[in-house]
Design a protein around this ligand. Structure first.
Ligand code: NAD
Ligand code: MG
Ligand code: MG
Ligand code: MG
Ligand code: MG
Ligand code: MG
Length: 336
């Protein structure tokens, strides 16, 4: 895989452009603020009229406009609204107003890869996808570092899409850490697979099952919470710094022996078989179709699951325990 760094990017390619950031959430606030501090002077944030977030963006010194106004004005429109709202945003607000030969960019390939959005042929279409939550993209930039990012080009009538995407990534601070080249297909499918089977779906179920096993066996819920949820971070930090080997180096020999002999009893080959099924749903478009239909129906299953998980005892126990550890609040990603 080819990695690009600051010396490979020409920041002037993005500094010279009128850049509109649509959405000011997790990614949006990071993109707008990082690009501005990197010298992109002609920058506007686009939000729906009356949006509560507009105040936050204005307080940070941004000019806030509507998506239609942004589309008419911009050379480059970065779409950072939730994936499930992008189709109507593009068809109703952006496509009818964007200048001829402008560029449209995304931070995730979902809508382009599954052809839910089919951009006008005159537009450059590319992706800059930081491999981190927006708050990390912002915090790393502020301390002079960066998060890695992926770039990909889908449509390139100008012939400049790749270089502009790389310049944009550099403006986000991502070229300090490394920018990797991929395709919309690869980014979309690996992103969905990772979050469904390991990062979000996998770990939530693992934590829940471990917690319930201990509590059902009569152990105190607080003990179960510490062992099966709280300590996950300590292990993941070691993993992040030096891989699985670093975890094994740091844990006791007793823990390491249990890891080798019991881990595969819990996560056996059947798990991998089922992961292949999850991947097939992604590759075939079955998952995408299900999510689109769920959204069209007003997200009934999605909302019910959210409620069910929020009511799980592990959340109440966690809230109580975290209140006893006030230092954890520092630097916390608050839910606003
Ligand atoms: P978010 O939910 O945090 O923020 C969405 C923003 O869009 C909000 O400011 C909201 O007010 C605004 N918005 C909603 N509808 C709008 C409309 N019709 N017009 C204008 N503004 C509107 O979203 P997010 O998590 O930052 O995700 C944005 C994109 O970034 C998605 O494509 C996502 O897949 C991608 N992404 C997100 C992360 C992440 O860290 N959350 C990481 C990588 C990629
Ligand atoms: Mg969210
Ligand atoms: Mg991801
Ligand atoms: Mg994702
Ligand atoms: Mg322990
Ligand atoms: Mg050891």
């Amino acid at each position: 895989m080819r990695a690009y760094y600051d010396q490979d990017a020409d920041l002037n390619l993005i500094k010279g452009k009128k850049v509109a950031i649509v959405g000011y959430g997790s990614q949006g606030h990071a993109h707008a603020n990082n690009l501005k501090e990197s010298g992109v002077e002609q920058l506007r944030v686009a939000l729906r009229p009356g949006s509560k977030t507009a105040q936050k963006a204005e307080q940070a010194g941004h000019t806030v406009v509507t998506p239609e106004e942004a589309a008419e004005w911009a050379d480059l429109v970065m779409v950072l609204v939730p994936d499930e709202l992008q189709v109507s945003l593009y068809t109703e607000k952006l496509a009818p107003n964007m200048k001829e030969h402008a560029a449209i960019a995304f931070a995730h390939g979902f809508n382009i890869h599954y052809r839910l959005i089919e951009p006008r042929p005159d537009l450059d279409v590319f992706m800059i996808a930081p491999k981190a939550p927006g708050h990390t993209v912002r915090n790393e930039y502020t301390r002079g570092a960066g998060t890695p990012a992926l770039i990909a080009v889908e449509q390139n009538p100008s012939g400049q899409a790749h270089d502009v995407a790389l310049a944009y990534a550099a403006g986000l601070g991502c070229a300090r850490a490394g920018v990797l080249e991929t395709t919309f297909r690869e980014e979309t499918e690996t992103d969905l697979f990772g979050e469904q089977s390991v990062l979000c779906g996998g770990i939530s179920q693992l934590v829940r099952a471990g917690y319930e096993t201990l509590v059902e066996a009569g152990y105190q819920p607080e003990m179960a919470y510490f062992e099966c949820l709280h300590e996950v971070k300590l292990i993941v930090d070691l993993m992040y710094e030096g891989g699985l080997r670093n975890v094994r180096y740091s844990i006791s020999n007793t823990a390491e022996f249990g890891d080798y002999t019991r881990g595969q009893r819990v996560i056996d080959e059947g798990v991998k078989e089922r992961m292949k099924g999850v991947l097939e749903d992604i590759q075939s478009g079955r998952f995408a179709k299900e999510w689109v239909l769920e959204c069209q129906a007003g997200q009934p299953q999605f909302k019910a699951e959210r409620r069910r998980w929020a009511e799980h005892e592990i959340e109440q126990v966690g809230e109580k325990l975290r209140a006893m550890m006030p230092w954890m609040k520092e630097g916390k990603l608050t839910q606003e």
